[in-house]
Design a protein around this ligand. Sequence first.
Ligand code: AMP
Length: 214
Amino acid sequence: MKIVMLGAPGAGKGTQAKKIADRYQLPHISTGDIFRTNIKNGTELGMKAKTYMDKGNLVPDSLTLELVVDRLNQTDCKNGYVFDGFPRTIPQAEALTGALEAKGEKVDFAIDIEVPDEEIVKRMSGRRACLKCGATYHILFNAPKENDICDRCGNELSMREDDRPSTVLNRLSIYHKQTQPLIDYYQGMGCLVQFDGTKDVEEVFNDILEVLGE
Ligand code: AMP
């Protein structure tokens, strides 16, 4: 099963992508996580990506596609995957379609999670992440047991640089301009499914499972 997740930053794509990947034993491929790991490890790709990410801008397609093609060729991808945060532009979606077509494959589901902008801003300002183990929290909806401390590894939690309010507004405007057109793109390909992302996490997940055939 090949799945791409669509939706504004903060709509809950990452949370649902992880749950779907767990349920169906598929790799969860988050381009944002791959860039963040590269930044943490000080790689050349990480240094290049950071200058765009810190401002809330998209990393250029050429850099993004290079890492995605490399990831798709790894053996754990042979039975499918859940892409989270990719594709984010029409050229990225076209490149993915082309890479799949070359192998006689296609995206099975483009899962779009819809949340209004005002709600997104509220959500993102409360997000916290553990830079050590990758766990994510929200001060209102999924708070750690101890304030600002990771439940899983005890590390101090931080706010992502790009979750700061001014950056969030830039990310939303980029989402509307560059990523939202993918909804029509995947609708045209006949694999778009849309969900109300204002419901709680488990409800959204159940709605998704119903469509995926459970
Ligand atoms: P995310 O964790 O998915 O919200 O991504 C964080 C940031 O990484 C984005 O704001 C972009 O700067 C960059 N990024 C992640 N995925 C992509 C992509 N497919 N294309 C371009 N930039 C990306």
